[in-house]
Design a protein around this ligand. Structure first.
Ligand SMILES: [Zn+2]
Ligand SMILES: [Zn+2]
Length: 254
């Protein structure tokens, strides 16, 4: 399975409009972060996790020609608001629709945010979505990709993390319950959010994220959903050897 990080930034992206900090002024491409998203490919199946406001540029850069489904982690704008921009891929697909997997609450939010796509007589050119509600701890298959959603606490909001055999993807987490930790314990590769240095009410910060990584003990972990708080990332010290900051365009094989 090939994983490509399409975006690794928090909700405002980096650079932040109008900010002059060292991360936002940096010329290093690793400091320029689109909103958080990954592309997962296995054989001829390609799926996307989350579709935020940068999705058009992300899919152009990754030269994506076909997409079989989108898995949604939650309904916040930086994870869903780009769904309409999937239209070119919808129009060229055989089914002429995009399958979206997500929690019922999240899919209900998609219906209200993109109400025109669900109208009885939709406007010509509106995207068509096929909604698939998920149950936690059930396993689903898309082509040759199997995945199991599990609950993640984003502050008080329950959202979805996804396990794909040896690869686990968690964004926007503040807390993970013991059952989920045991489900993903010892996975090969873990992606986990680490918003910033200082604490935050709904996202893990750097120290909390490292602590959770230690508990899960994957072979390798990548930090994502990052803010400009870390400064120019090349100068940042203090990562354990098996943990690294993800960056846009990074590709790994699991
Ligand atoms: Zn987010
Ligand atoms: Zn900044």
């Amino acid at each position: 399975m090939r994983i490509r990080f399409l975006g690794t930034g928090t909700s405002q992206g980096i650079p932040i409009i109008g900010c002059h900090c060292s991360a936002c002024k940096s010329k290093d491409p690793k400091d320029q972060r689109f909103r958080t998203s990954v592309l997962i490919q296995r054989d001829s199946t390609t799926i996307l996790i989350d579709s935020g406001p940068d999705v058009r540029m992300q899919l152009l850069r990754a030269e994506v020609k076909q997409l079989h489904a989108v898995l949604l982690t939650h309904e916040h704008n930086d994870h869903v608001i780009g769904l309409d921009d999937l239209r070119p891929l919808i129009f060229r697909s055989e089914a002429r629709e995009m399958t979206l997997y997500g929690m019922t609450r999240v899919l209900d939010q998609v219906k209200s945010r993109f109400a025109y796509a669900f109208a009885e007589v939709p406007y010509p050119g509106a995207p068509k979505f096929n909604l698939k509600p998920i149950d936690f701890f059930e396993t689903y298959s898309i082509g040759k990709i199997d995945f199991t959603p599990f609950p993640v606490m984003h502050g008080g909001l329950k959202i979805a993390g996804y396990r794909f055999k040896d690869f686990c993807y968690i964004t926007d987490c503040k807390y993970l319950n013991k059952e989920c930790i045991s489900l993903i314990k010892d996975c090969e590769v873990l992606v986990l959010n680490a918003l910033r240095i200082n604490e935050h009410p709904t996202h893990l910060n750097f120290d909390e994220s490292l602590k959770l990584i230690q508990e899960i003990s994957p072979k390798k972990a990548y930090l994502t959903h990052l803010s400009h708080d870390y400064g120019a990332i090349a100068n940042f010290q203090g990562l354990p050897e098996h943990v690294q900051f993800a960056y846009d365009g990074l590709e790994i094989v699991v």
